[in-house]
Design a protein around this ligand. Structure first.
Ligand code: 4AD
Ligand code: MG
Length: 461
């Protein structure tokens, strides 16, 4: 048994030989005494043309095959007389493993991405989604390769956690208590001491705090896992469940952090361009015309660097009419991020040193007392794809910041311990994996780069 990709890549090994392939029928053209089947097995864009005739024992049944059916074909691969394909398979036997019903939703025409989202279980059988998810797989491999080659230890941080890593409260609660049966105290608050863990727990919003603990033992670590956010934002860039890569380095500062992020991103892009060239050409032709040129430029140029304060100046002087006002102290909105990276720099840009009020409690306070050692990487077309920082390693400063943000220090006792016992400078970041895939493919909706997207009012599959 071979794959259709293998046939296209190493055709000379298979021509005029007997081969076996499996796949799903894309189209059938049946004539009275013979017919053609376009077969796809998910390994390649191009289909394999299968030719059959009355010599097939089940000729009549094969002639009635419809799109979507699963078949196995044995036969000889021969040069094709038609100009459309380099070869075709002359079927000697054809087994029907699974018939498809005539109402198969993926007929041979262009379907909108909106429609395909409603059949998320079938959309990987289309060329676009086949390419998206192959690139997703290749990019995941590139990320592991990048970190492993540099000696970073892959740590598996918990999915169920007892603390809020971002301090933002946007969490999915984990409970075994039925809603109606939740015991409550006098003030009507749920009494979690009687729940499974004996305390309030939630799905992780970030593995960072746990990664910090491991960085302070191993030096360099990274996580790569699912992350959950109950932010009720219905945007093309937010999902309630997404995957995040979070490296963390001990004895490192913000500059080291940005250097790592830039090296990593360039590595991933180069790896994907080299190892998924056909998919990338497909995106360049059908999804985003300038994609390949843009990505190649990103690999060959330095990323931009500005402070948040400079970004505010650029936006104020831009002459643009923004929907959200630009003011020092306010978070940058998507439109602002896109202006900076798409119109001003036209390449990925690090924005650093944000006001402490709009950033998480764990970021290191700068000497000005107003800003923190944060960095966001903004990318054209996507906006923020990385958020990171140098961490506050000074126990008193951290305690003060937690008080300011109204966090309960007792819940973070172990996190504070890390500052007590051999605390050191350290820094890390989080790369949103889906945002990266959007950036790599030119796809513009996060729902189209994750297999079964979880967004507000949407957990159908
Ligand atoms: O900027 P964020 O919230 O940073 C953190 O979680 C830090 N703990 C990371 C760290 O320093 N270790 O999230 C990091 C990245 C964002 O830049 C974005 O790419 C992605 O995660 N992200 C989302 N992606 C999809 N849907 C969402 N709702 C996302 N929220 C964040
Ligand atoms: Mg962020």
């Amino acid at each position: 048994k071979t794959t259709i990709k293998e046939l296209y890549i190493r055709k000379e090994n298979y021509l005029n030989k007997k081969i076996k392939v499996n796949g799903w029928v894309r189209t059938v053209r049946a004539s009275k005494n013979f017919g053609f089947i376009e077969l796809n097995d998910g390994t390649y864009f191009a289909n394999l043309q299968v030719v059959y005739d009355e010599n097939l024992a089940n000729f009549k049944e094969v002639s009635k095959l419809v799109t979507g059916s699963a078949i196995r074909v044995t036969g000889e691969l021969v040069e094709s007389p038609g100009a459309k394909q380099p070869f075709e398979l002359k079927a000697e036997s054809l087994e029907i493993e699974g018939h498809s019903a005539p109402d198969y939703p993926l007929q041979k025409k262009r379907h909108t991405f909106e429609f395909l989202r409603t059949i998320a279980h079938l959309r990987p059988r289309t060329n676009t989604f086949s390419a998206v998810f192959r690139v997703r797989s290749t990019a995941a491999y590139a990320i592991h390769k990048f970190f492993q080659e540099r000696g970073f230890v892959y740590v598996h941080t918990p999915i169920i956690t007892g603390s809020d890593a971002e301090g933002a409260g946007e969490m999915f609660r984990v409970t075994t208590l039925g809603f109606d049966k939740m015991p409550r105290d006098d003030r009507g608050n749920v009494d979690f001491t009687r729940d499974f863990f004996g305390k309030e727990t939630n799905l992780t919003v970030s593995g960072q705090l746990e990664a910090e603990a491991y960085a302070l033992a191993f030096g360099n670590v990274y996580t790569f896992g699912p992350t959950f956010r109950a932010e009720n934002s219905n945007t093309p860039r937010h999902a309630a469940e997404f995957w995040m890569i979070e490296p963390e380095m001990a004895f490192a500062d913000l500059q080291d952090d940005m250097d790592l992020a830039e090296d990593m991103l360039k590595y991933i892009i180069s790896y994907v361009l080299k190892n998924a060239p056909l998919e990338m050409q497909f995106f360049n032709s059908f999804i985003d015309k300038g994609l390949l040129e843009r990505l190649e430029n990103v690999v060959n140029a330095d990323f931009g660097h500005i402070t948040y304060t400079e970004a505010i100046e650029i936006l104020k002087n831009s002459g643009e009419q923004f929907e959200y006002p630009v003011e020092w102290g306010h978070d940058l909105q998507t439109e602002h991020e896109r202006y900076i990276t798409e119109k001003h720099f036209k390449k990925p840009v690090f924005v650093t040193d944000y006001p402490k009020e709009i950033k998480a409690f764990y970021m290191r306070m700068n000497d000005d007392g107003k800003t923190v050692a944060a960095m966001d990487l903004l990318a054209p077309g996507v906006g923020e794809i990385i958020g990171g920082s140098q961490r506050e390693e000074r126990l008193e400063h951290l305690g003060k910041r937690m008080d300011e943000q109204g966090l309960n220090k007792e819940e973070y006792w172990w996190y504070l311990d890390l500052r007590k016992y051999g605390g050191t400078r350290h820094a890390g970041f989080g790369l949103g994996f889906e945002r990266l895939i959007m950036y790599l493919t030119g796809m513009t909706n996060i729902r189209d780069v994750i297999c079964f997207p979880r967004t507000p009012k949407n957990a159908e599959f």
